[in-house]
Ligand binder design. Structure first.
Ligand SMILES: *[C@@H]1O[C@H](CO)[C@@H](O)[C@H](O)[C@H]1NC(C)=O
Length: 271
């Protein structure tokens, strides 16, 4: 008993020193914060994070990927996710590519643990998972244009980490199953948004990307339901299965603007 007390007295200062010195304990709430070290970072990406003031006891993670000419700061101010984080209590991760555009298509990036940008982003997610009591059922990735292509690559290379992906104004290139050979677990649910007037991506990418994910998710490539004027008047939602939807944004060019409230439903934050 005495020994125990003495030990506790001796150890207490070390424990409190350790916890207050841990970088995460110093991560301030409700502001965009750079996280200098998060694990192996083969693509030399930067990690920024937003911890809401109203952090959930078991928070989800939203990874949001900027477009080709963007950066983390711009993604933070131009998307609704930090505001929605305050409403739903999740953590937002804003990876930043020093080159602007994402390496979504190299062999390294399109391979699970392949030493590319996808591995750097996966390690950001793991770092947050190791640091907070994360809800593994709500870990999602979203991106627009180049970021959308990278979100597609993340869903294919790390299906074990992500439960949902929202790909805006981008398409899938290549065989998805080949990104993580031998993987037999489940894949995230996928929502694809494309504008009918998008001449950068081209309308053909809509059905080819849906067909690529239908194969992986075990659906046939013809839609089960076609919902007109959903989620926006004039737009059409094609439901290929409970885990796969394509949203055709009639009259919209490149890129489709972020549908934050729809994302909250698709990712399981709003009911
Ligand atoms: C995609 O496929 C559906 C039928 O499955 C078709 O009605 C639609 O026109 C196609 N969209 C494009 C952009 O090719």
């Amino acid at each position: 008993m005495l020994l125990f007390t003495l030990l506790s007295l001796l150890l207490l200062p070390f424990f409190s020193l350790f916890s207050s010195a841990s970088p995460i304990a110093l991560t301030p709430r409700a502001t965009l914060t750079r996280i200098a070290t998060f694990g192996t970072n083969p693509a030399s990406l930067r990690m920024y994070m937003y911890i809401p003031a109203t952090l959930s006891t078991s928070p989800g993670i939203v990874v949001t990927l900027h477009g080709a000419s963007g950066n983390a700061q711009q993604q933070y101010t131009s998307t609704p996710y930090a505001r929605l984080a305050e409403q739903y209590g999740f953590i937002v991760v804003y990876p930043e590519s020093p080159q602007g555009a994402w390496d979504a298509t190299s062999k390294e990036s399109m391979t699970h643990e392949g030493g590319g940008a996808s591995q750097s982003i996966a390690n950001m997610v793991r770092f947050v998972g190791d640091t907070y009591n994360v809800d593994e059922g709500r870990v999602v990735v979203q991106g627009v244009s180049s970021g959308g292509a990278m979100a597609n690559t993340m869903a294919g290379t790390y299906p074990d980490l992500f439960t949902a992906a929202s790909i805006y104004s981008a398409g899938s290139s290549g065989n998805i199953r080949s990104m993580y050979p031998g993987y037999t677990g489940s894949y995230p649910k996928i929502q694809l948004y494309l504008g009918s007037e998008d001449t950068i991506i081209g309308s053909a990418a809509f059905n080819t990307t849906l067909a690529a994910w239908a194969t992986v998710l075990g659906y046939d490539s013809s839609p089960d339901q076609v919902q007109s004027d959903t989620p926006v008047d004039g737009w059409t939602t094609y439901v290929l299965g409970s885990k796969l939807e394509g949203i055709w944004a009639e009259g919209v060019g490149h890129p489709v603007s972020v549908q934050g409230e729809e994302d909250m439903k698709w990712w399981g934050f709003a009911r």
